[in-house]
Design a protein around this ligand. Structure first.
Ligand code: NAP
Length: 331
């Protein structure tokens, strides 16, 4: 078969990583049951780490990043999938140590594949991508723990980023009073258009004191930042509040005492979208395609070919990203 165009990252043993858009023989794709022609991928923070050689995400180089892919099956050795099926893949090991969606084709195990949900185009699936799916898992966790809209405000941190802006949009669609926390004044209008009732600065969800409990402010949170921001949210949650944690852009330490948990019944819920069990995965995608689907996903998307990816990767690493970069490997 032919060579495929891909975003190919090399990293010498003692050197720094570098990337080029090049053609590689299709035989270099990893083993798998299903070969998919990729229509769209997307850029997530994890992709930027992989593309720049971060060993915490990708250990084996040369590598093709891209933790998301949506497209059409061209070959299948699995009875449940056939050529022509429109599908998506997010997470598992794809784009980490298994070549990912920044290529014209991906080959993956059948169990990683999800049928394109009715109600979402392939393009919309990837405007959502791992970011939207992670935001959906956060909302799903709030609903499962009984945090209804009547319980009070839900705060979203890192709100202008991929997970953040989609969390704002999904929560608003589901009827919640959403407060968006952002470091970018330029993002205020977008966040209000997405449904934020209020927009606040990053500093308003940080508290450097060592007080074990703070004034009660939030019924829940979707936090993408971690560190002092996450610790502040836990200490300022309402009684029986639920704080979901998915990210670490602001740090990995979590300075807390047990008091929020034993005096206010606060729950801290971890979100791992990559290994989300299949039943929950399908349930969240179905909700993303129906009752939680934001009205105008297109306003969040900036399209990028493989050749245009480099500057977008630098922007997301610098915390300057707004919205979602939609990658078109076949453009
Ligand atoms: N656990 C999972 O399954 C999962 C899945 C997806 C993503 N994640 C994680 O979630 C986080 C966000 O991912 P993403 O793809 O949405 O990234 P992103 O698009 O880069 O968004 C991150 C946002 O965080 C804010 N930010 C950046 N640096 C910051 C800092 N030093 N302190 C406070 N805020 C800062 C910025 O928003 P503002 O300017 O608006 O504040 C930025 O746009 C990452 O840590 C990623 O690894 C985890």
């Amino acid at each position: 078969m032919k060579d495929i165009l891909c975003y190919y990252v090399v990293k010498p043993d003692r050197g720094t990583a570098s990337a080029q858009v090049t053609r590689r023989p299709i035989e270099e794709l990893p083993a798998g049951d299903v070969l998919i022609r990729v229509a769209y991928s997307s850029l997530n923070y994890k992709d930027a780490l992989s593309a720049t050689g971060h060993p915490g995400v990708t250990r084996k180089f040369p590598h093709v990043p891209g933790i998301d892919a949506a497209g059409t099956i061209v070959e299948s050795a699995a009875s449940e999938w056939k050529a022509g099926d429109e599908v998506l893949v997010t997470g598992y090991d794809m784009g980490q140590n298994t070549w990912g969606g920044y290529a014209e084709y991906v080959r993956v195990p059948a169990g990683w594949v999800v049928r394109r949900p009715e109600g979402l185009s392939l393009r919309e699936c990837m405007i959502l991508g791992t970011a939207g799916f992670t935001a959906g898992m956060g909302l799903d966790a709030l609903v499962e723990r009984g945090v209804s809209p009547a319980r009070g405000e839900i705060v979203v941190t890192g709100a202008s980023g991929g997970v953040g802006c989609l969390a704002v949009a999904l929560l608003a669609k589901a009827g919640y009073q959403v407060v968006a926390s952002t470091g970018k004044t330029s993002a205020h209008d977008l966040l209000k258009r997405l449904g934020a009732a209020r927009v606040i600065g990053r500093d308003e969800v940080k508290d450097a004191s060592d007080k074990p409990l703070l004034a009660s402010r939030w019924a829940g949170a979707i936090d993408t930042v971690g560190g002092n921001t996450l610790a502040t949210l836990v200490r300022s949650a309402h009684r029986d509040g639920c704080i979901t944690c998915c990210g670490l852009v602001g740090g990995i330490d979590l300075p807390l005492t047990v008091y929020p948990f034993i005096l206010r019944g606060v729950e801290l819920v971890g979100i791992d979208s990559a290994e989300c069990p299949r039943e929950r995965r399908l349930r969240v995608w179905k909700k993303l395609a129906t009752e939680w689907k934001p009205a105008d996903l297109e306003q969040l998307a900036i399209e990028s070919s493989l050749n245009q990816l480099g500057p977008h990767i630098q922007e997301i690493l610098a915390g300057r990203n707004t919205g979602r970069v939609l990658v078109t490997p076949n453009a």
